[in-house]
Design a protein around this ligand. Structure first.
Ligand SMILES: Nc1ncnc2c1ncn2[C@@H]1O[C@H](COP(=O)(O)OP(=O)(O)O)[C@@H](O)[C@H]1O
Ligand SMILES: [Mg+2]
Length: 341
């Protein structure tokens, strides 16, 4: 049976998708997964969005056959992750949260070695490495040892490594956590490209913005359970995860005047805090609203002390769904970085 992803653009995406039913996993007293149910259609970018400790990596490990669930079933590409683990492994690629490349090999050697592990043959492995180095913009550093790579370069190499065998289903566990904004943008482009080539991408992230930019479908996980899912727009509509324009008046006695003036550009959902002289409302068009606000208020002689755009955060969505902020579950492993989000 051939499991190579088809590159014919007219071809429908390979029928590889993910079905999870009642998957639970406990580590000692910690219930990492509390009965996860999920269906992911083929050929899309799917994002599992959740804070640190919510169970993302555990679910990825179950789906990539690295961890056996206590109960429940999971199928990837139609294959059972327990009963047909090797079939599953044949059709997936995994780039973990922590890069798994061999530090002492060059980028090129890493990719060639993986190609050989997949029995591509010497020539094909070499060609595939060149292809990937090129498409991941790593050709310039191809002959440097991986240990000299920056964080962004490493992630790209790790992702390239996951793609050597051209798997139709790609798992990416927090692909951009800890990267600087430019490397992140760069990786986003690469990930989007994968879906265009008809690969199914299952990624995890702590960032709503990342899910928003990349994913066709998003599921939110909290305390080991899926608490909400839908398209990015559906989540924002249901859960208040929208960009807001926020302002503080120089003189809070002008509140009513300001509200009246803004009514025309923000007909609904205006939030006000009269004591602080603050007003905010959803601004789906982003920065364009700023000049409109300034003009409207200027016309009625209202002065602003502060004006800003507030991007939606995972916290906003969490707050709306759960009524509590997305607190980090205390980790047994305290080496995790803190203060994200
Ligand atoms: N091997 C393990 N042993 C003990 N606890 C674990 C283990 N793996 C994960 N956990 C715990 O399970 C919960 C979920 O972890 P994880 O799936 O890594 O979350 P995430 O990837 O969303 O940060 C956390 O509380 C974590 O500390
Ligand atoms: Mg994780």
């Amino acid at each position: 049976m051939s499991v190579t992803a088809q590159s014919d653009p007219e071809n429908t995406c390979p029928n590889a998708f993910i079905e999870v039913a009642g998957v639970a996993k406990t580590f000692g007293k910690v219930r990492a997964l509390a009965g996860v149910n999920l269906e992911v259609e083929p050929g899309i970018v799917f994002a599992l969005l959740g804070p640190n400790g919510s169970g993302k990596t555990t679910l990825v490990k179950v789906l990539t056959t690295l961890l056996r669930p206590d109960t429940g079933t999971a199928r990837v590409g139609g294959f059972d992750v327990i009963g047909q683990a090797s079939e599953v492994r044949n059709i997936i690629g995994l780039a973990g949260q922590y890069p798994a490349v061999d530090e002492n090999l060059t980028g090129r050697e890493n990719l060639e070695m993986i190609g050989r592990l997949y029995h591509l043959g010497r020539g094909r492995a070499r060609d595939r490495a060149v292809e990937l180095l090129d498409s991941f913009d790593l050709s310039d550093v191809a002959n440097r040892r991986a240990k000299t790579y920056s964080g962004g370069l490493r992630r790209r190499l790790d992702l390239a490594a996951a793609l050597v065998a051209n798997p139709p289903i790609l798992f990416l566990d927090e692909p951009t956590t800890g990267l600087d904004p430019r490397s992140r943008l760069n990786l986003w482009e690469i990930i989007k490209d994968q879906a265009k080539q008809c690969n199914s991408v299952f990624l995890t992230t702590q960032y709503l913005e990342e899910a928003d930019r990349l994913a066709d479908h998003i599921a939110i996980i909290d305390n080991g359970a899926i608490i909400q899912q839908g398209t990015s727009q559906e989540l924002k509509d249901c859960c208040g995860g929208e960009t807001h324009v926020k302002m503080r008046l120089a003189d809070r006695t002008q509140m009513q005047k300001a509200l009246d003036a803004l009514r025309e550009i923000a007909p609904e959902n205006m939030y006000q805090n009269p004591e602080m002289g603050e007003i905010s409302f959803p601004a789906p068009d982003g920065t364009a609203v700023l000049s409109t606000v300034v003009r409207s208020l200027d016309a009625v002689g209202v002065e602003l002390a502060e004006l800003s755009l507030k991007e939606p955060t995972l916290d906003d969505v969490f707050l709306a769904i759960t009524g509590h902020v997305a607190e980090e579950v205390p980790e047994t492993d305290t080496s995790m970085k803190s203060g994200s989000g």
